[in-house]
Design a protein around this ligand. Structure first.
Ligand code: SF4
Ligand code: FES
Length: 140
């Protein structure tokens, strides 16, 4: 697992490098918080927690997740209806309250880019190593 946590006063952002498909939504949306030219590249205190949460929910691969420090705040809810988007050569972009079971191991999820070409080294997730490499852009 390649998950790293970035702590802020109001929000913690989790980033899974193996699942990032470089869609760039985070970087384009809040460059003061997400900046790959800086270390650490995620600075949760450089933006408003509610805005960061909105942007994280738009990360199509599920590489980014968040948790608000305020435990009374609602956790991220999956998209309804559960939606699967595909296009020629793209991974399966899935959004919803998901339970992903791989080799018998179950994990809850809200967004994922699932491999459908078989060349990924990070099953069941796409790692952009197959014909999907051109799909670095948003699924919608
Ligand atoms: S896949 Fe997610 S984490 Fe990676 S660049 Fe795109 S929005 Fe950011
Ligand atoms: S669909 Fe992307 S690696 Fe298989």
């Amino acid at each position: 697992m390649t998950v790293k946590e970035y702590y802020g006063a109001d929000i913690t952002v989790r980033f899974d490098l193996a699942r990032c498909l470089h869609a760039g939504v985070c970087l384009r949306s809040i460059p003061e918080v997400f900046d790959t030219k800086r270390r650490p590249w995620i600075l949760p205190d450089a933006g408003q927690a509610s805005h960061i949460a909105t942007v994280v929910r738009r990360c199509p691969s599920g590489a980014l997740h968040y948790e608000l420090t305020d435990r009374a705040a609602p956790a991220e809810a999956g998209h309804t209806p559960l939606t699967i988007r595909t296009a020629d050569g793209s991974p399966l972009w899935v959004e919803g309250d998901l339970v992903i079971v791989h080799n018998g191991a179950a994990a809850t999820e809200t967004r994922a880019a699932l491999c459908r070409c078989g060349s990924t080294a990070n099953l069941p997730f796409c790692d952009a190593s197959g014909p999907c490499t051109k799909w670095r852009h948003q699924p919608h």
